[in-house]
Design a protein around this ligand. Structure first.
Ligand SMILES: CC(C)(COP(=O)(O)OP(=O)(O)OC[C@H]1O[C@@H](n2cnc3c(N)ncnc32)[C@H](O)[C@@H]1OP(=O)(O)O)[C@@H](O)C(=O)NCCC(=O)NCCS
Length: 152
């Protein structure tokens, strides 16, 4: 039998990771699940426990790390590398060759420009447009996205 972790939300990434790891150390396998209306290229790679929701698209060469969520209608373009336990929220768009570090949150409707690299545990606000690399830690918000001290 396989299990799926049902924790999402903004900033749910560390709780999701903890539960995933506890279940793994207790011997469970985490199911990698795809909604039938999602499109995942045959040359994309999905790690253990990845959840690809309705209408999401994962393009050729993309890699999605263990326990990540590609939420409703999100688009992961070609050759992106999405780290473990990242949550790509509904309608977010990662252009080609983007790298998102483990445990980061890409907010609903956010856009990350091609070839941008984001560090681990970063929060990208809903609706942000990220045009430059950001190693973090912290939160990026706005158009173009800037680091916000308040949430760092
Ligand atoms: C960015 C975010 C993390 C900030 O959350 P927070 O720390 O609780 O911040 P607050 O709501 O207290 O707002 C703090 C300030 O940031 C602003 N702000 C909040 N969200 C913002 C956003 N998405 N873009 C720009 N500014 C934002 C607020 O207007 C407020 O500004 P002010 O200080 O001038 O009044 C959050 O608003 C967000 O966008 N989360 C992602 C949500 C998401 O993707 N959900 C999907 C779930 S499936």
């Amino acid at each position: 039998m396989q299990l799926a972790v049902g924790i999402g939300g903004a900033r749910g990434e560390s709780l999701r990771r903890m539960i995933h790891e506890r279940l793994k150390s207790a011997g469970w396998t985490l199911a990698t699940v795809r909604h039938p209306s999602s499109i995942v290229s045959p040359s994309a790679w999905l790690g253990e426990g990845v959840q690809v929701m309705a209408g999401a698209i994962v393009q050729p060469g993309a890699r999605i790390g263990d326990g990540a969520i590609v939420n409703t209608a999100a688009v992961i373009e070609h050759d992106c590398n999405v780290g473990a336990f990242v949550h790509v929220a509904p309608r977010a768009l990662l252009c080609g060759d983007v790298r998102i570090g483990a445990g980061s949150h890409v907010g609903a409707g956010a856009v990350v420009r091609q070839a941008v690299t984001i560090g681990e545990g970063v929060v990208i606000a809903a609706g942000a447009v990220v045009v430059r690399d950001f190693s973090g830690p912290g939160t990026l918000a706005g158009v173009p996205a800037l680091a916000r001290d308040r949430t760092q």
